[in-house]
Design a protein around this ligand. Sequence first.
Ligand SMILES: Cc1ncc(COP(=O)(O)O)c(C=O)c1O
Length: 396
Amino acid sequence: MKTEEIIELTSQYIIPSYRRIPVAFKEGRGIRLWDMEGKEYLDLIAGLAVNSLGYGHPKLIQTINEQAKLLIHTSNLFHIQPQVELAEKLSKLSLGGKVFFCNSGAEANEAAIKLTRRFGSQNGRYEIITMTGSFHGRTLTTIAATAQRKYQQGFEPLPEGFKYAVFNDLDSVKDLVAPTTCAIMTEVIQGEGGVNVGREDFIVGLRQVCDQYNLLLIMDEVQTGMARTGRMFVYEHYGITPDIITLAKGLAGGIPIGAMVAKRKISELLGPGTHASTFGGNFLSSRAALATLEVILGEDLIEKAQRLGNYLMERLTGLKGRYSFIKEVRGKGLMVGLELEIPGEKIVEKCFRRGLLINCTVEKVLRFLPPLTISKEEIDEAIQILDQAFREVKEE
Ligand SMILES: Cc1ncc(COP(=O)(O)O)c(C=O)c1O
């Protein structure tokens, strides 16, 4: 098929809930994609922080092939060996607790919210404090948790039980704590919200508030988890431990999976029959996640994300001196944002035409989420294209 035909069929048969760039890809290798007409692109979006190993990683491909031949799915009516192997690994790498598997970030957050309701219901509490600029998914409950009106409008009435504090303002959180509060839920770096990095005093302060009032601290690691920020989980940068983390995106290198890890004591609150997901943690997705984890650890991708993330930020900061419309470069590891004084869509479009894929969020923040396997030379290549795009905008 040609790109044009695919675009036409999209308009005929796909519910138009996405704004799409007019391209369809056929093939990928490393951090490069090729479209239907054979044009090459350097990909610094990685399926929105999903394809952490890049495209066609031999270990992931081999594992998926082997597992598909053996068994793809049985349901959670039965025990599943790769699921328990994965749970053990995630538990030991993070909170030392137990894991619930599902298929997406929103579903992982939904599980965290349900577990929190069970925790609070022991003493009549149900409210969760979330942050302005947050993003927790698109189900009805997760848009209620997401403190951004644009995701909620037209879908009211929303589920109750969320109060919104200001991200990076601890006093605004403290002001909202009430006898009905049972948890604080936050991203540590807000991705969709504009790559806003949680300040040390804020993140550490949230832990203290939770300890003081016996609240659960839920950290949404859907975008930041699995080595993206130069640690396996972003909270490790802050020397604190949350009570619940949620994961998805980079967990299985592109095979859909979500997970909630909860500290052991609270994890027992979701007993048999209280929560479920048909596909959650099936053979194929669990095996793909195990292979992804093996590559992350075996190829030192945590250290690489830190090192190359620093390099990417250094190169972007270098551009800042030359273009007055660049406001700030921020992020951790390979989750990087460049805030502009001008709309970012124009830049995204110009990069796209030159074969570079980047993303823009909250209108003015260019977001870089490359595969963790990216090299220094590939970063240089991307910076060169970005530089050309910036120069063109400057000259317009
Ligand atoms: C922090 C965060 N939480 C939750 C989600 C929702 O994940 P999903 O789209 O897999 O439901 C996202 C997606 O961008 C996210 O960035």
